[in-house]
Design a protein around this ligand. Structure first.
Ligand code: MG
Length: 386
């Protein structure tokens, strides 16, 4: 039977890579829906090529534009806004939801897929960061599942397939270290947006590329791993591995260290998630181990990358801190991308946000969204002062 897929965020980097893989397997998958945030031109192109039943855009004006563009070329219905994203995430026809919307905008649709018991191919780490326990509880209730697409978590998932997490001594998330791995404190003060966007190993969207440069991405991944694999922060370590060949490791009680290796190409974890439990072609070559002369590992430099510490701190402090960390980081990264603040001020903005928050726990999605909005507003105000 064909898997029926909704792609939330089909025009982003993960969405485009997913469509490349799906193209290799026309008999195994049916594309139910595609969606975009801003890139309506690409959405139109994708629609004409892949002929989904539904498209979703961010608002009615974009929906109108897309309807006009696909007239006579596709019979897809065009929806818009959060109702549209939730409709394609939870529709009864859909078996698999690729959650690849960037940032906290992906939360509600991921949550909807969890409630409806879908197989969630999770690339939107922010939804797990913001509402990890709620989403995991809904997935358990609805008998759905989550297969992480984030390469590190995908590696750990592959290692854990035949094990429970009971015998884990620790997991090690590997990090490339980003473009500024070897800079000192004064050099990192003056890096530019262009330099920060120039990731040495991975080709990704702007937000995650900046997060990689600050190593906040690895911090968010520590939080994501904690929820996905039900592990305390002290059992999650980060090691810098500049070659990005080993995608994370699991150490068991007996001292065995297991891992998954692969080229740094997101089509590998995407194919695993799409095909699971089968293995399908990704279009990516294997690694030539004879040419891997040097696979190196080192501890991250916490002075140069203080954002990593903030994530551990927030994970220890609890949900309100985690939500605030994520919200303030999104505001800070956006400000940096628009050249309103310096690279090192991303940390300062998130630090200030965490210093002003009280501990609270949340049992419903609307309270999480409301704290996220407040944290954003506050971070915007702080931005005026720095
Ligand atoms: Mg990752």
């Amino acid at each position: 039977m064909k898997k029926v897929i909704s792609l939330l965020g089909s025009t982003g980097s993960i969405g485009q890579s997913t469509l490349q893989v799906l193209k290799l397997h026309p008999d195994s998958f049916q594309i139910f829906a595609l969606s975009c945030f801003n890139n309506t031109h690409l959405l139109v192109k994708q629609c004409i090529e892949f002929q989904p039943k539904y498209l979703v855009t961010k608002d009615t004006a974009d929906a109108k534009f897309v309807r006009e563009q696909i007239k006579g070329k596709s019979s897809a219905k065009v929806l818009s806004g959060s109702d549209g994203y939730e409709f394609i995430a939870g529709n009864d026809e859909v078996t698999d939801v690729l959650a690849a919307i960037t940032g906290s905008a992906g939360l509600k649709s991921t949550y909807q897929a969890a409630i409806k018991g879908k197989r969630i191919l999770l690339a939107n780490k922010e939804s797990m960061v913001m509402a990890g326990s709620l989403i995991m509880a809904e997935v358990a209730k609805s008998r759905g599942s989550i297969i992480p697409v984030d390469s590190e978590h995908n590696a750990i998932y592959q290692v854990l397939i035949n094990h429970t997490n009971k015998f884990i001594r620790k997991v090690i998330l590997t990090a490339s270290g980003g473009p500024f791995r070897d800079l000192n404190a004064s050099e990192i003060e003056n890096v530019t947006v262009e330099e920060a966007l120039n990731h040495p190993n991975w080709s990704m969207g702007d937000k995650i590329t900046i997060d990689s440069a600050t190593m906040m991405n690895k911090g968010l991944e520590v939080i994501e791993a904690s929820y996905l694999f039900n592990l305390p922060s002290k059992k999650i370590e980060v090691l810098v591995h500049p070659q990005s060949i080993i995608h994370s490791l699991v150490e068991y009680e007996d001292g065995s260290l297991l891992t998954q290796l692969g080229c740094p190409d997101m089509r590998v974890p995407i194919s695993f998630a799409l095909g699971y439990p089968d293995r399908i072609r990704s279009g990516v070559e294997g690694i030539n181990l004879a040419q891997c002369e040097n696979l190196s590992f080192s501890k991250p430099n916490h002075q140069i990358f203080p954002c990593l510490n903030l994530a551990y701190e927030a994970l220890e402090a609890g949900q309100s801190h985690i939500i605030t960390l994520n919200a303030a980081n999104e505001i800070a990264v956006d400000a940096f991308l628009h050249k309103k603040i310096k690279f090192t001020q991303i940390y300062i903005l998130v630090r200030k946000a965490l210093d002003s928050i009280k501990s609270m726990d949340f049992n419903d999605i609307d309270s999480i969204i409301s704290l996220d909005r407040n944290a954003r507003k506050k971070a915007q105000q702080t931005l005026m002062d720095i």
